[in-house]
Design a protein around this ligand. Structure first.
Ligand code: NDP
Length: 276
């Protein structure tokens, strides 16, 4: 059972990533992101998920630095954006991210989207960074089974993670089993269904039994499904609420009720059809 905010999944290269992280997509650059990350660190989160395209890496970096928490205690993920993947600019983009984050070594660097015809080359750039010790782990995001099937025979360093939209409405059973077989850890983006969890009565009903909110139920469900999860909030009370998920465990019946909500329904872009 996952019992604390620093409990971690062990990735296929031995690196550990806390099961619970803090996401900053659509977290406005500047004071808002800075304050939210400081609040998250104060609440005990030790894993932050950003990306070049979020335009808030500098604020994440400053918040981490100012927190005074030893660098090695915080796991930081960032991602190479599609424009840089398209123009074979991954290595340069990495240097920019690293400078903005004020970090010598990034814990996890991801290919943000499987840009057709380009993602192998981008991933090979990540392999170079990995071999040079500039990243502790490399992986992918928004890769479906067919993207992984194409990628894996063409690379040398197995991705440690696939970060995808994952929540009760979109449980990707084939992807889950493919990733498990290939020792690729699944990581959930939009774990709170970008706020739509509030519309699912059974989550509230389950939460009431444990004295927890629907959001806490969703985060706990992720962890019990062995999925790394990175809920985002810019609201201090919610940042704290989302961290308080280690003092209860959903029983088998509740897990089954949530598992039964799968509709193969996206609330954001589908990697099969994205065009950005
Ligand atoms: P989430 O599912 O985390 O939902 C965030 C929304 O939920 C915000 O509107 C937030 O509001 C609200 N919220 C947060 N906590 C609560 C709560 N306790 N009660 C009620 N509402 C709440 O969506 P994201 O899309 O942000 O996904 C999480 C992270 O995943 C991102 O921040 C990013 O790091 C990553 N991501 C990665 C992608 C990829 O392509 N790899 C794509 C999208 C996201 P408020 O902030 O106002 O409190």
């Amino acid at each position: 059972m996952i019992k604390s905010i620093t409990d971690s999944a062990v990735l296929n290269n031995g690196v550990e990533i806390p099961w619970l992280g803090f996401g900053v997509f659509l977290s406005p650059p500047g004071g808002t992101t800075y304050d939210s990350v400081r609040t998250a660190l104060d609440c005990g989160y030790r894993h932050i998920d950003t990306a070049m395209i979020y335009e808030n890496e500098a604020d994440v970096g400053k918040a981490i630095k100012d927190s005074g928490i030893p660098r090695e205690e915080i796991f930081v993920t960032t991602k190479v954006w599609n424009d840089d993947i398209r123009s074979d600019n991954t290595l340069k983009a990495f240097d920019t991210s690293r400078k903005l984050l004020q970090l010598d070594v990034i814990d996890l660097y991801l290919v943000h989207w499987p840009v057709q015809g380009k993602y192998i080359k981008a991933y090979q750039a990540l392999e170079k960074l990995y071999r040079e010790g500039k990243v502790r782990a490399i992986g992918v995001s928004n890769f479906l089974v067919h993207h992984l099937e194409y990628l894996l025979p063409r690379i040398e360093v197995q991705p440690v993670i696939n970060q995808v939209e994952w929540h009760p409405w979109l449980q990707h059973p084939e992807l889950v089993s493919f990733c498990r077989t290939n020792r690729i850890q699944l990581e959930a983006w939009a774990p709170l269904i970008q706020g739509h969890g509030a519309e699912i009565p059974v989550l509230k009903k389950i939460g009431d039994k444990y004295g927890k909110s629907w959001a806490q139920v969703l985060i706990r469900w992720d962890m019990q499904r062995e999925v790394v999860t990175i809920p985002k909030s810019n609201t201090p009370s919610r940042i704290k609420e989302n961290s308080q998920v280690f003092d209860f465990e959903l029983n088998a019946e509740d897990m089954a009720a949530i598992n039964a909500l799968d509709e193969n329904k996206h609330v954001a872009d589908d990697p099969e059809y994205f065009d950005f």
